[in-house]
Design a binder for this molecule. Structure first.
Ligand code: ADE
Length: 423
């Protein structure tokens, strides 16, 4: 740590120039956030506000940090996953932008938590989380800091589920806005962002030809829907597994074959988990895999594949390429695990493209603004992004894409809100 830069812990400051160029490149596809950044820079609504962020440290996140910083905030950032950090971006944030950044790609668990604690040490007034690890650490180990926190935001489905559980048990200590639940977030980021970037990660790691393969997607939430659609679009015979009958039915009527994980395991060349639950590819499925089957995870945590059991059974494990480990089983068959079962899109590729993170992070910036305006009136609960902010982001995105929409006439408005007109 030097006096010129802010406190930091990154892998290689020498990568800053490359990172800086990638941040600018991403900004070209983030017109909504850029516009919000311009306004924040003028109005400075966050003057002096300490924001502690635990997000994937990517070029897109860097653009969010710059928007918050230009709005007057004092920002500290750490990684929300040990494998998702883009070291060049982390370096540029420290060296070029003087943003306190704590993130090293490949960091171990202790370092991961020491980085979260480095952000907490800045005594944030607003927390910004992706998966709720920062909030959990704050509520369990750093409770003395809670009175300083005014509110928080949460980026992802898993994080929102954890926070709702905390609120349900009455232990959530401040209001949190579930950015994930905004329509301009999950309909686009979860579906099109993960759909593309998970397949991108699988291909970058393996150079696999998708066409003609049998691929299974576990989970048909927005993420699973996106991945299944993209795999099918590239020519895979695509199976879907579900536990929810309505989602399963939807998958079936979307034209996918719905089956159990046991059968999918026995038939698939590629299996991708996107459920947010544990041991989805569990012992039985692992024992029945086709020889050479490739396993990848697109859910938030690395516990969707029972890797502990796989490792305990394996007679050997070797790295075939970066992010590609082959386990040899006593049966003589092999199973190939990508990115140690961590988010394949962020570990083996670059995460979602900036064009979708544009909307997700526009929601983040506006959610912080909403919190500082309305925070005092909010309970210790999980809140949605206000509908007008969500719609405003959709309008700005459409405008940036050069698309126009119609407005209801007065006659149509009256008709739509009346019960009188019938057959
Ligand atoms: N989550 C998924 N993709 C991401 C990205 N590119 N940046 C930050 N968070 C992400």
């Amino acid at each position: 740590m030097t006096t010129k830069t802010r406190a930091h812990d990154v892998n290689d400051l020498g990568l800053a120039q490359l990172g800086g160029r990638r941040i600018v490149w991403a900004a070209r596809e983030m017109p909504v956030l850029s516009r919000i950044r311009g306004r924040l820079a003028k109005e400075k609504p966050f003057r002096g506000l300490r924001i502690g962020a635990c997000l994937h440290v990517t070029a897109e996140t860097a653009n969010l940090m710059l928007a918050l910083r230009d709005g007057g905030a004092d920002v500290a950032l750490c990684a929300s996953n040990p494998l998702s950090t883009q070291d060049d971006v982390a370096a540029s944030l420290v060296a070029d932008e003087r943003i306190a950044t704590f993130a090293r790609k490949g960091e171990d668990r202790d370092t991961y938590y020491s980085h979260i604690n480095a952000v907490l040490a800045t005594e944030p007034e607003i927390t910004m989380d992706d998966g709720a690890d920062l909030v959990t650490e704050l509520h369990t180990k750093r409770r003395e800091l809670l009175p300083k926190v005014r509110g928080g935001t949460e980026e992802t489905t898993t994080g929102v589920n954890r926070l709702r559980a905390m609120a349900g048990e009455g232990i959530l200590a401040y209001p949190i806005i579930a950015v994930n639940d905004a329509l301009t977030k999950h309909l686009f980021d979860n579906r099109y962002g993960t759909g593309q970037s998970a397949v991108d990660g699988i291909i970058r790691a393996t150079n696999l030809l998708i066409a003609g393969k049998t691929a299974a997607v576990a989970g048909y939430g927005w993420v699973g829907r996106g991945i299944a659609a993209r795999l099918r679009g590239m020519g895979a015979i695509t199976l879907v597994t579900e536990i929810d009958p309505l989602r399963a039915l939807e998958a079936a009527m979307d034209g996918f074959e719905v089956t159990t994980i046991a059968e999918a395991a026995a038939r698939s060349d590629l299996l991708v988990t996107a459920t947010g639950n544990v041991n989805v590819i569990g012992r039985e499925a692992l024992a029945n895999l086709r020889d050479g089957a490739i396993l990848a995870n697109a859910g938030h945590f690395n516990d969707e594949i029972d890797l502990a059991w796989l490792a305990s059974q394996a007679t050997g494990c070797r790295e075939l390429r970066p992010f590609v480990n082959e386990y040899r089983l006593p049966s003589g068959r092999t199973a190939v695990v990508l990115a140690d079962g961590r988010l394949v899109n962020l570990a083996a590729a670059e995460g979602h493209p900036p064009a979708v993170m544009d909307m997700s992070f526009a929601n983040q910036a506006l959610a912080v603004e909403h919190l500082i305006r309305e925070g005092k009136a909010l309970e210790k609960a999980v809140y949605a992004v206000p509908r007008e902010l969500d719609e405003g982001i959709a309008r700005l995105k459409l405008e940036a894409m050069g698309m126009r929409i119609d407005a209801m006439t007065d006659e149509q408005k009256a008709y739509a809100s009346s019960w009188k007109a019938g057959t």
